[in-house]
Ligand binder design. Structure first.
Ligand code: SAM
Length: 334
């Protein structure tokens, strides 16, 4: 195994694999109903990578240095037989951390099967503690209580510590920052507050809608004092803080105000098998075409990573204009 490095000497270490572009939520900041309505055409099944193809892709990435694999979407638990895919990836030597990001709508009934298949941890998305705010954001009327129940079931199944991701949007759910810190302190679960990003073209992103990580930390600190703690590993995207009274920790992901392109070791594969080297990339390289035409998958990945020079978030911070048309988050996976 050799670790692939890109044009800025960044190593290939993490892989996110989207297994479907479909989701049963219509989060207003990700898959708004006006765009992803009843007439929206999702990918036909034969265009999705099969489990065998995904496993082969993961194996080739692991041969080039990947150690962490995250399954995402769309909503990954909507993909039929997802436990079988987890079991197949779990068999690959060199995958140290196999995780999945979910809206938790199907997690209560799937947690044990996922853990038995070899999933190490789950990250659950939850943007508020009160139903009016959460339901306005997920836009399908999904209640908070079902997500909270799923978090406990998943932790009991061994999929913890659970990370809870909350996207914070100004004027919509700023109050969730303190609400969520209060609810989850002492629980063993770790909330990570995410700055609202301008991914995709659907969410009508404006800089004014972004609540900065510093602002979120100040709000928590005023009620529950915090202090910074070191990252778990080099290049961790969340900045970590612990409650001074021993109530655990929270994280903030400051992708907009403090971009971390310089330490980004992540590649993303979309549900139809295109590899993207940046969340904000406008185009990817089809690995599915390479696989289905009998081409050299390893050589293609090597070439993509070797010429990688993306640092979109850093460039965007110094130049507020958009650089390219980014691909949707629901397609590439968060
Ligand atoms: N359906 C799964 C879920 O809800 O976790 C996985 C896919 S979802 C695209 C992954 C993550 O991306 C979620 O935590 C979601 O909140 C986050 N996300 C989506 N759009 C975002 C945006 N514009 N800014 C920041 N995070 C976003």
């Amino acid at each position: 195994m050799t670790v692939a490095t890109d044009l800025f000497d960044r190593q290939l270490r993490d892989l996110r694999v989207s297994v479907t572009d479909r989701c049963n939520f219509r989060c207003t900041y990700c898959m708004p109903k006006e765009v992803f309505g009843p007439g929206y055409e999702f990918l036909p099944r034969d265009q999705l990578l099969t489990f065998e193809e995904i496993t082969s892709v993961v194996r080739h990435f692991v041969d080039r240095g990947v150690r962490k694999v995250r399954i995402t979407g769309g909503e990954p638990l909507l993909r039929k037989g997802i436990e079988d895919l987890i079991a197949m990836i779990d068999q690959i030597d060199g995958v140290d951390d196999l995780t999945l990001t979910t809206n938790a709508s199907l997690l209560t009934r799937k947690a044990t099967g996922l853990a038995d298949a070899g999933l190490d941890r789950v990250t659950v998305s939850l943007d508020a503690m009160d139903d009016p705010t959460f339901q306005e954001m997920n836009d399908v009327g999904f209640p908070v209580s079902t997500v909270l129940e799923a978090i406990e079931v998943a932790a009991a199944a061994g999929l913890g510590p659970i990370k809870v991701n909350a996207v914070i949007k100004r004027g919509v759910n700023e109050h969730s920052v303190v609400d969520m810190a209060r609810h989850f302190r002492g629980s063993g679960h770790i909330v990570r507050f995410i700055e609202y990003m301008d991914v995709g073209n659907s969410n009508g992103w404006r800089l004014d809608d972004v609540v900065s990580a510093d602002e979120m930390l100040d709000a928590i600190h005023a009620v529950f004092p915090l202090e910074p703690i070191p990252p778990n590993y080099p290049g961790e995207v969340a900045n970590r803080f612990r409650f001074l009274d021993g109530g655990g920790e929270v994280g903030v992901i400051a992708s907009v105000t403090k971009p971390f392109c310089g330490s980004c070791t992540r590649a993303r594969v979309s549900a139809e098998g295109s590899v993207y080297t940046c969340l904000f990339a406008a185009s990817g390289t089809s690995l599915r075409d390479v696989i289905r035409s009998g081409g050299d998958l390893g050589a293609t990945i090597d070439e993509v990573w070797a010429k990688r020079d993306d640092r979109y978030s850093e460039i965007r911070s110094s130049n507020t204009a958009r650089l390219a048309v980014p691909v949707e988050m629901s397609y590439i996976g968060g």
